[in-house]
Every structure is written in structure tokens, then in C-alpha cells.
Design a protein around this ligand. Sequence first.
Ligand code: KG4
Ligand code: ZN
Length: 334
Amino acid sequence: MPTILAIESSCDETSASVCRDGAILSNHIANQSVHEQYGGVVPELASRAHMQHIVPVVDLALKKAGVELSALDAIAFTQAPGLIGSLLVGAQFAKSLALALDKPLIAVHHMQAHVLANLIGEQKPDFPFLCLTVSGGHTQIVQANSPTELVVLGETIDDAAGEAFDKSAKLLGLPYPGGPLIDKYAKEGNPNRFRFAEPQMEGLNFSFSGLKTSVLYFLQKETAAHPGFVEEHLPDICASLQQTIIRILLKKFRKAAKETGIRDLCIAGGVSANSGLRSAFEAMGKEEGWRTFIPAFQYCTDNAAMIAITAYHKLLAGATDDLSASATARCEWH
Ligand code: KG4
Ligand code: ZN
């Protein structure tokens, strides 16, 4: 019955979670509002906010779980990828705690953790399964053969899906992060009202930078003719944009499922919180006879519970680390 404390600090959320025998007992997340006024995450401010949040966040996670420090069997942290200053706060904290308690340390890859968020809860996919991981920094189609054997089948060659949402939202004058706001306005809009460019990419890779340019030119053209265009048509623009991003994502995911013959499909990462993507993904599964899995909302965006569940599976596989493990901004899989 291993009890694990996990820490996530790769970007602008400070999070801690306690898991016992694969069950999440707590998952506390502190968001950083300081970045809103800058239209994006400011790395130096993120590191400072992590320093302020880390002790109270860990304390709350332990209290909510009803677990004492002495009951912990291992300490896990996000090793990569992310903002190096942010990662280092979590890594140093986890290492100090592991040293003080004389417990094993488990370094976790953030992208592996997004995929394995699908192993939290009652309804779990069977191995092998496919996962479309869509976050602010990454867009990947991953084949999971086991918790520790993940193969990237395709990924973006430029912007991530989350960036496509956030950068388009910025062009529309919406605050950062714009993804959730596009989701909100899209609910009242007509997705077939406007058309944006869809890239023609070979294989299972994605490209989103052309979409951003297409949105920019479209808005320049329309607002030149009619200055109040964005305000008047915001729901229709958001719905059309969201539909385009979803179509690009699911076209490749469908192709990956057909090519591999794998019938258990998952989505993960911040953009999997998008209501349009969630329902289109489920509809695709029904149409093709595939089983679809989506993490609970709080496990889609960055959180420590996904680090905890990954650490649990690494611990079962005997994959612990020593104190020489450290944070790295790089993204390669272990
Ligand atoms: O996984 P995540 O929390 O952080 C990274 O690892 O990047 O993903 C953050 C991304 C942001 O781009 C944000 O705009 C997007 O997820 N996001 C959404 C929604 N909620 C979060 N995008 C579209 N619709 C949403 N509901
Ligand atoms: Zn993430």
C-alpha cells in the first residue's frame, strides 16, 4: 500500500497530491493570477510564486489526505519539460524532503503524466491504448503499451493546440489563457459561420502556425471593412475557430486509431478540458465503435495527481531515482 506525495511545478500551477495504492487522496492546486496582466506566463514571476506556494500547498495536500509526513513511502516531482526556474522549485523541495525522510525519490516526465491521468478513477483504458495529449506546450499522439512504455506516433511541428487557442484568443482581444474563453463563447456560436485554413500535413504530425496566420489575416480584412466586427461576431468566430482546431486534431487521431487498430482511445492535457473537443471525441468513438476515455476535469489541466499516479506505476516497476536526479527544461522521454 505505498503512499506517495507528488509535486507539480512545471509552469504556472503549484500543485501537490497524495496517492495511496493508486487512489488519489488529495490534489491541491494553487493558480498564479500574477501573469494575467502580461498576456502570458512570465518565468521569473512563476518561480517566485512557486516559492511562496510550495509549503502551504504541500501542507494542504497532506492535511486533506489525512496523511502525516512519516507515513510517506516516496516523494515524486515533475522533472521535465517546463520552465526551468519553476521545475527547480518543485525538484529541490522534493529532493530535500526525500533526503530528510530518507525515502525514495521518483522523477516524473510531465507528458507521460498527462497520458497516465487516464489511469485515475474507475473507468480505465486497457493497454495498449492511444492518447491524444493536447496542452499549452505540446500536441502528441502517443501509443501506451504499458504505464512505462510510451511511444510518440506524431506531434506538432510548430505551435501546440493550446497555443492555437491562446494566440487566436489574443488576436480577438481576450485575456490569457484564452482557451477556456473561446470554449465559453463557442457554446453560443455557429461553428459553420466562418472558415479557417486547415494544414495538409503528412503522417500523424500536426501544424497549427498556419491557422494563427489565417485568423490574423481574416480579422485584419474584416475589421478594416467593419471596425466592430469582432465584438459583433465573437461567438461565431470562437465556434468556427474551435471547430477547426477540433477537426485538425481528430482527423489525425482517427487516422492513428485506424493505422494501429487500437480501440481504446484517450485524450489528455489542458485542451482536453474543452467541451467541444470532449463531445466530438466521444461522438467519434461511438461512430467507429471505439472506447473513449477522458480524465475528470481537474486532471486535464496541470495537476499533481497525474504525477502521483505516474510515480505509483514507476514505483511498481521499480523505477526510482537517487538524489542526483534534477529538473531539466528539455522534453525527451526517458
Ligand atoms: O496542460 P496544461 O494545463 O498546461 C501545459 O502543460 O501546457 O494546458 C494549458 C492549455 C492552455 O493553452 C489553455 O488555454 C488550454 O490548455 N485550455 C483550454 C481549455 N482549458 C484549458 N483550451 C481550450 N478549451 C478549454 N476549455
Ligand atoms: Zn501540462
